[in-house]
Design a protein around this ligand. Structure first.
Ligand SMILES: Cc1ncc(COP(=O)(O)O)c(C=O)c1O
Length: 387
């Protein structure tokens, strides 16, 4: 009997060890892990550089309060500021905390310039920004909010792709538009570059802020460090998490100078956010993934993999409706419920995970080998042919 609450529908399998793209179960079975903790283990399991960092830092210092200067966090924030749109960084522990903190930053900015009524956040209906009480209401999902009332106020919603409704929903009280650059849980739906440009223009025109949630699609997953980079759009606020820790819980809110001006002492805090152990790991992950050669490799390998997946789709057009995504944030949209397909992949020792709209989500580590991609393609072909 398990003494854990039943809020997860767990598969009846446990893993004791991981190495790169593979997981080893308690029964000694080897699985190709194309879930990677849902886009978390960006560098695969048991990455030697991350192990070295963890070992070294664990002997020095794990945790000190944010009441003191934390040099490891200062270093990571400096790297982020020098290499991205961001001027300032505020460290958290998870994605939901990062998206909630992003909302706080937006509201606090307008408060600080004497416009406290400008506090509403406009989001995509059935998006995903986390499971905390405000984040579920930001997501606008009936299923996620059911039983958790009273409703958290301050969020408006528009349908993905419905530009008319988006414009209509902006009022004098809107502070920001918050969207995932690529919707992950929502079914791997990419916001096209021209839409991102349009969003930026609209935000400028209405004098509101643009928050791009890159918790799932950021940190190299799309082939660029951030998924929005290709569009050349500069957001005001970007929550990140997952991939930046490579398996260690880290979250952060990145922001420009303008909005950071509202975050004066005492406006936000986190006991664990930005502790030395997390920050040293974040530094190592950032150093590896932000390298142009690393990102070029993600682009090259994912281009190959996506092309092959499209071939499989063409071969089995009655099973796979569409191949979605960018980089290594990939979704196979099936015509029918994907549960059986995911189970069959698992029978062939390949792990994937569901997303909305009958999507099978495929999330290899960013440093996956071509031979491992070929192994996945072989399994996918096998499952399709016997489906
Ligand atoms: C886009 C996005 N935002 C926020 C979150 C919440 O992150 P966490 O589960 O770390 O709280 C997720 C998690 O899947 C996500 O995909």
């Amino acid at each position: 009997m398990s003494f854990l609450t039943k809020n997860y529908r767990r598969k009846k399998i446990a893993f004791i060890r991981g190495k790169g793209s593979f997981l080893f179960s308690t029964k000694g079975e080897k699985y190709l892990d194309f879930v990677q903790g849902i886009a978390v283990n960006s560098l695969g399991h048991a990455n030697p550089k991350l192990i070295k960092t963890l070992r070294n830092q664990s002997k020095k210092i794990w945790h000190v309060s944010n009441a003191f200067i934390i040099p490891e966090g200062e270093r990571l924030a400096k790297k982020i500021a020098q290499n991205t749109f961001a001027d300032y960084v505020m460290f958290q522990n998870s994605g939901a905390e990062a998206t909630e903190a992003a909302i706080k930053v937006a509201r606090r900015y307008f408060y600080s310039i004497g416009k406290p009524k400008k506090n509403r956040i406009l989001c995509i209906k059935n998006s995903f920004h986390g499971r905390t009480i405000a984040a579920i209401y930001a997501s606008g999902s009936k299923k996620m909010t059911e039983g958790f009332g009273p409703k958290v106020l301050g969020f408006d919603h528009f349908k993905f792709g419905d530009h008319k409704s988006l414009k209509k929903k902006i009022t004098k009280n809107t502070a920001a538009i918050m969207v995932e650059t690529i919707m992950g849980e929502g079914g791997i739906k990419v916001i096209p570059d021209w839409c991102l440009k349009g969003l930026r223009k609209l935000c400028n025109k209405k004098k509101i802020l643009l928050i791009l949630d890159e918790v799932q699609c950021g940190i190299g997953r799309s082939g660029d460090f951030f998924a929005f980079e290709k569009s050349k759009v500069k957001p005001d606020i970007v929550p990140i998490a997952k991939g930046i820790g490579g398996g260690f819980p880290i979250g952060a809110v990145l922001m420009n100078k303008k909005v950071a001006s509202g975050m004066i002492a005492g406006t936000h805090g986190s006991t664990f956010g930005g502790n030395p152990l997390a920050m040293q790991i974040g530094n190592t992950v950032f150093d590896i993934i932000s390298k142009k050669s690393f990102l070029n490799n993600v682009k090259k390998n994912s281009k190959y993999f996506l092309a092959q997946l499209n071939n499989i789709q063409k071969k089995y057009p009655n099973i796979i409706k569409e191949v979605r995504g960018r980089g290594f944030l990939i979704g196979l949209q099936l015509y029918k419920d994907q549960t059986k397909f995911i189970k069959k992949l698992m029978d062939y020792k390949m792990l994937t995970i569901r997303a909305a709209e009958n999507v099978v989500r495929i999330l290899p580590p960013l440093n996956v080998k071509k031979t491992e991609l070929d192994m996945a393609l072989k399994i996918l072909n096998k499952v399709c042919s016997s489906y």
